[in-house]
Write a protein that binds this ligand. Structure first.
Ligand code: ADP
Ligand code: MG
Length: 620
């Protein structure tokens, strides 16, 4: 056959194989994917024709048509949407443009279910055609162009492009059905599949040729229908269509705002985390419609970045249709819609949090880190977000709200204590927590990078300040130890002299040395001086090369610890000054290790440690 042979992009080859053979358990979903694409293509052209009416001239009745041909063994899905140019056929059906696809594919886990849910997010719907077809032909003519092109493939690594004929704009996807997919040549079977998966599509879906064709869907935009007439299944299918998603919505929000400004919203919180949630663009994926006409899915004014996990549609009655997407961003009506949507979403989340805390925890684990960005941005929703926030703590197995935490505070306690770390488990191992545990004081375990930023920005909750357990001189002495624990013994004689000696020896390596009330088991820890940058944040900044500064910290020593007691007893002894000097540096290095920091002088550490071990082994 004439035409040009090309290979699929490597990642496509792999994805295609997965999609065609393993992704879907129900092969009839191929139809949902192809109808979804046809509907998107019509939406795109409808928008373009607002400013270029010529593009849709002569045929403004957008529709999707399914034509089974038993004699030829083919099923054709046709639309009169925007169509594809030759280059678009290559780009859209031969490559995957989404950034990070290749990188993502490398880290697939091998856990079938998990990988599948993620792969479903890549825009691979078209390849589902190969579940039922041993050959797929796509004949397409881009609106405004005179030529048509054919893309053809058996789904095994290569596709062929050739010039083709098509009377009008649009796309035909012609499936040469496999033997075991012959059911899709039957009109009744097709009807059932359309009703099941595609009833929400706002365009007419016709089965059959010419005037004999029969419309099989309701053909009205789902969000315009009354809630009571929409089934959960229909909401789910609509979600998968607008979000190009594979999972089911965790939460569905369907409402209409009436009054000064009017709009409908059909919004979904996904169950699974979209893989590009932390893309640096932080842009949202909501679709904006104006009076049922699709306008854009790139309207950043529509939603704050910290709600970018939402999927769905907003349809405004008031925005002008003939306005460029760029101008739209700055339209004051848009800001009003955004305000209304944000309020509504937060209040629905709050309802869910109150009524179903366990289900809410699933949401929080997926999207909490994104929502918390809103705390850092300091907007008027800060209190609402704080009330939605949930935390791992040292005190409880289940997630706690700040209200829970404050309710459990000790009578003498006046701050909300937190500790940060790479993971909640790592944070929980921090030696700084020892004194808190001994007194039964609960501490929040913060492990999302954003936590380092929003906590200082927010400062307090219900007038209780947030305080890092690694910062400042914390006066735990005022709070009695928990039941059974012995009251702290007075610092042994010589402690003050030991502190003075450590100050002298370590000089500029530390900001200060002092006796600790935070420690019970460990001998030492590092803390930041009140008003200084938190030490975990400092570590984070250094790790990401965001700062060159060495922030000096305070070395705290535990006067109750046997080692510290022994050292305190030797201060001033004749001939012990070398050993005490070694011990001073070793204590500082130990504190750094506990903190998860690299040692500044590993060779010095090794030398001193060897000397100490040698003396110990030699019994002297
Ligand atoms: P997605 O729909 O998630 O982007 P698909 O694999 O379903 O992923 O489709 C890939 C791309 O191919 C679409 O984004 C679109 O640009 C193009 N495409 C597919 N079908 C059509 C069609 N009928 N008309 C125009 N473009 C289409
Ligand atoms: Mg698609």
């Amino acid at each position: 056959m004439q035409g040009e042979k090309m290979g699929f992009q490597a990642e496509v080859g792999r994805l295609l194989d997965i999609v065609a053979h393993a992704l879907y358990s129900d092969k009839s979903v191929f139809l949902r994917e192809l109808v979804s694409n046809a509907s998107d293509a019509c939406d795109k052209l409808r928008y373009l024709s607002l400013t270029e009416p010529d593009l849709a001239q002569g045929d403004a009745e957008f529709q999707v048509r399914l034509v089974p041909d038993k004699a030829a063994g083919t099923l054709t899905i046709s639309d009169n949407g925007i169509g594809m140019s030759r280059q678009e056929l290559i780009d859209n059906l031969g490559t995957i443009a989404r950034s990070g696809t290749a990188a993502f594919l490398k880290q697939t886990t091998g856990d079938q279910a998990k990988d599948m849910a993620l792969i479903g997010q890549f825009g691979v719907g078209f390849y589902a055609a190969f579940m039922v077809a041993d050959e797929v032909r796509v004949v397409s003519r881009r609106a405004g162009e005179a030529e048509a092109h054919e893309w053809r493939s058996d789904g095994r690594g290569e596709f062929t492009l050739a010039p083709a004929q098509r009377e009008t704009r649009g796309t035909d996807v012609i499936l040469h059905l496999k033997k075991d997919a012959a059911e899709f040549l039957e009109t009744d079977a097709l009807k059932r599949v359309v009703v099941k998966y595609s009833d929400h599509i706002a365009l007419p879906i016709l089965i059959g040729e010419g005037p004999k064709a029969e419309r099989v869907n309701a053909a009205s935009a789902l969000w315009t229908r009354p809630k009571s007439e929409i089934t959960e299944q229909q909401y789910g299918e609509f979600y998968r269509h607008v979000a190009h998603a594979f999972d089911s919505p965790w939460l569905t929000l369907h409402f209409r705002a009436e009054g000064k400004i009017e709009y409908s919203a059909l919004l979904f919180v996904p169950t699974a985390k979209p893989f590009d949630l932390f893309d640096p663009t932080r842009s949202n994926r909501l679709k904006l419609y104006v009076r049922r006409v699709f306008i854009t899915d790139h309207c950043d004014g529509l939603l704050p970045a910290w709600l970018r996990f939402l999927r769905g549609v907003i349809d405004s009655e008031d925005l002008p249709l003939n306005i460029s997407r760029e101008m739209l961003q700055h339209n004051p009506l848009l800001a009003k819609i955004r305000q209304g949507v944000v309020k509504r979403v937060l209040s629905e989340l709050q309802k869910k949090a109150d009524a179903e805390p366990e289900t809410y925890a699933d949401f929080w684990n997926q999207f909490g880190p994104v929502l918390k960005e809103g705390l850092y941005e300091q907007n008027d929703q800060g209190d609402a977000i704080l009330s939605l926030a949930r935390f791992r703590t040292t005190g409880a197995e289940t997630l706690a709200s700040l209200a829970d935490y404050v309710g459990r505070m000790k009578p003498e306690q006046d701050a909300i204590y937190y500790v940060t770390g790479e993971t909640p488990e790592a944070a929980a191992r921090s030696p700084h927590l020892e004194g808190f545990r001994a007194r039964g004081i609960e501490v929040l375990l913060l492990a999302d990078p954003i936590d380092e930023f929003w906590v200082p920005a927010v400062g307090s909750y219900k007038e209780k300040p947030f305080r890092s357990v690694t910062q400042g001189g914390i006066e735990l002495d005022r709070i009695a130890p928990a039941n059974g624990a012995a009251a702290a013994e007075p610092a042994p004689a010589g402690s003050d002299a030991l502190v003075a000696l450590l100050r002298l020896t370590l000089k500029d390596a530390v900001k200060d040395v002092r006796l600790s009330t935070r420690l019970t088991d460990s001998a030492v820890c590092l803390v930041a001086e009140e008003g200084d940058i938190d030490i975990n944040l400092a570590r984070l900044l250094k790790q990401h090369k965001r700062t060159e500064t060495d922030f000096k910290r305070v070395l705290e020593i535990n006067p109750a610890h046997a080692l510290i007691r022994a050292l305190a007893g030797r201060v001033g002894d004749k001939g012990s000054s070398d050993r005490l000097s070694d011990a001073a540096w070793l204590l500082l290095d130990q504190a750094r290790i506990l903190q998860g920091e690299p040692l500044e002088d590993p060779a010095g550490f090794a030398r001193r440690q060897s000397a100490v071990i040698e003396r110990a082994v030699a019994g002297g």
